[in-house]
Design a protein. Structure first.
Length: 477
């Protein structure tokens, strides 16, 4: 039994998405947009500014002009976390180097797209640089509120070996400047489980099943069966929450529910395959036959029922788990189980880390990008901010652990190694809001009500195709 070590929480969960530190990458990843391994951190000592397609002007002087950067939610207070303190040290150095005043701007995440779009269409600037989860960034790409950066950045540079394909929109152009290899969002999806509820139901420990090579869909289904409690025909305790369920099951089965075909400029739905049908049949069994999952797919409400100990397992992106640890719940984490069509274990990247240039900025784009990359330079001549490969691994682990994403150092070590392993396939999860709403209403809902998956897919294909087309800008339709 692993001993739980609850630590002081120094970060708000939403703040874990705010800022990223850039560095190079040793290994060239796959050119396939949907997936790719090669997720090793790097130890490059070359300046990231060498990735610019032009010669940086190190004599730049902005005369004290303010440069604004919007972040997701609030701004982390200086002096509370080593990762963000490093970010602020880099920022101050850049400010002094170019005589520019950098201001971090918090955003209202619930109205972000509307706020940026309104500012853009009215000729105003929301912020010069913007952090955007890329499912939202796609909406900004569609209306032209952010700029493609291929004319300015060489995405074949080793600094973008890990991230280049994940920074593209369906038009094939790159919209994020950040060569990030320190993000905890690279953890992807995993399952957090309530040890108390699983022990009460007499379940095997999921991590022990994983370690013995038995962690697959059958094992997951057995735990769902044992932990689902039905009284008078109604489920009063669910085996697994529906939040993120369909996306994560697709990934665990070796594919992404929605993919981008950048060569032909279109989105495609992976459910119309044998592997996709297997996912939907599995969802029908655990959701309708076993009544083992709630109807919260597409939203975050399963996080609430899990926190109230009314759900035994929850599929988590990285920013969920801290709330349960803060409450003192006895929880553990395990990777997604292996699906019948997957070649091995997979890690679903939820497309979080995009840093975009506002099309309405009044800065020269070349100068703006030089500043942006300068703030993310891992320069060995500055001992206070330089990170070697071993330093990066340690900081990556500490961010997982101090941010309460995991409750033991053992778990943090395991998931650090898991996401950096060449044996684990990384699959890009494209989960735009519009298409997810369409899937929830027209696919997931009817199937957990008992409808036949194949019939549902045939019926809703025109609706899904229309939703996919609506994710495109007018110029590509």
């Amino acid at each position: 039994m692993r001993q739980k070590l609850i630590r002081t929480i120094v970060l708000l969960c939403v703040s874990a998405l705010i800022m990223a530190a850039g560095a190079g990458c040793e290994k060239k990843g796959t050119s396939d947009v949907e997936s790719g391994s090669g997720s090793k951190l790097s130890d490059s000592q070359e300046s990231v500014k060498t990735a610019l397609k032009y010669e940086p002007n190190e004599e730049l002087d902005f005369g004290g002009k303010e440069l604004t950067i919007s972040v997701w939610g609030g701004v982390v207070e200086e002096g509370t976390d080593e990762f963000f303190d490093r970010r602020y040290a880099l920022e101050k150095r850049t400010e002094d180097r170019y005589n520019v005043k950098i201001e971090w701007v918090p955003t209202d995440t619930s109205t972000f797209i509307q706020d940026v779009t309104l500012a853009y269409t009215s000729g105003k600037k929301f912020a010069d640089l913007m952090f955007v989860p890329s499912s939202y960034a796609f909406d900004l790409c569609k209306v032209g509120a952010v700029l493609p950066l291929d004319d300015y950045i060489d995405y074949d540079s080793s600094f973008y070996s890990l991230t280049a394909d994940n920074l593209r929109y369906v038009d094939g152009k790159h919209y994020s400047y950040m060569p990030d290899d320190l993000s905890v969002n690279n953890l992807g999806y995993y399952i957090t489980y309530n040890n108390t509820l699983l022990n009460q139901a007499g379940c095997e420990d999921p991590m022990q099943l994983y370690e013995s090579g038995k962690w697959d869909w059958d094992a997951l289904k057995e735990i769902i069966r044992k932990t689902t409690v039905i009284e008078s025909g109604e489920t009063v305790q669910y085996g697994i929450g529906a939040s993120n369920l369909l996306d994560a099951l697709c990934i665990s089965n070796g594919f992404s529910m929605i993919t981008m075909d950048t060569e032909n400029h279109k989105f495609e739905c992976g459910l119309y395959t044998d592997a996709g049908l297997n996912v939907l049949n599995y969802v029908r069994e655990i959701g309708y036959t076993m009544k083992g999952t709630d109807g919260n797919y597409g939203g975050h409400n399963s996080k609430i029922t899990f926190g109230d100990s009314k759900t035994a397992m929850l599929i988590c992106p990285a920013y969920y788990a801290g709330e349960f640890v803060i409450k003192g719940m006895d929880v553990s984490a395990v990777p997604m189980p292996k699906g019948p069509d997957a070649k091995g274990y997979t890690n679903g990247l939820d497309l979080q880390e995009w840093w975009c240039v506002n099309a309405a900025t009044d800065f020269d784009i070349k100068e703006l990008l030089q500043v942006a990359l300068d703030m993310n330079d891992n320069d060995p001549q500055y001992e206070d901010t330089y990170l070697s490969y071993d330093d990066k691994v340690e900081m990556f682990k500490n961010r997982m652990y101090d941010g309460a994403l995991f409750t033991t150092e053992e778990e943090a070590d395991f998931f650090r190694d898991y996401v950096l392993s060449d044996d684990v396939e990384s699959i890009l999860n494209i989960s735009c809001n519009d298409i997810r709403d369409t899937i929830v209403k027209n696919v997931f809902g009817p199937i957990i009500q008992g409808q036949d998956p194949r019939s549902v897919l045939e019926t809703v294909e025109p609706v899904i195709n229309t939703a996919l087309e609506n994710m495109l800008p007018e110029s590509l339709k």
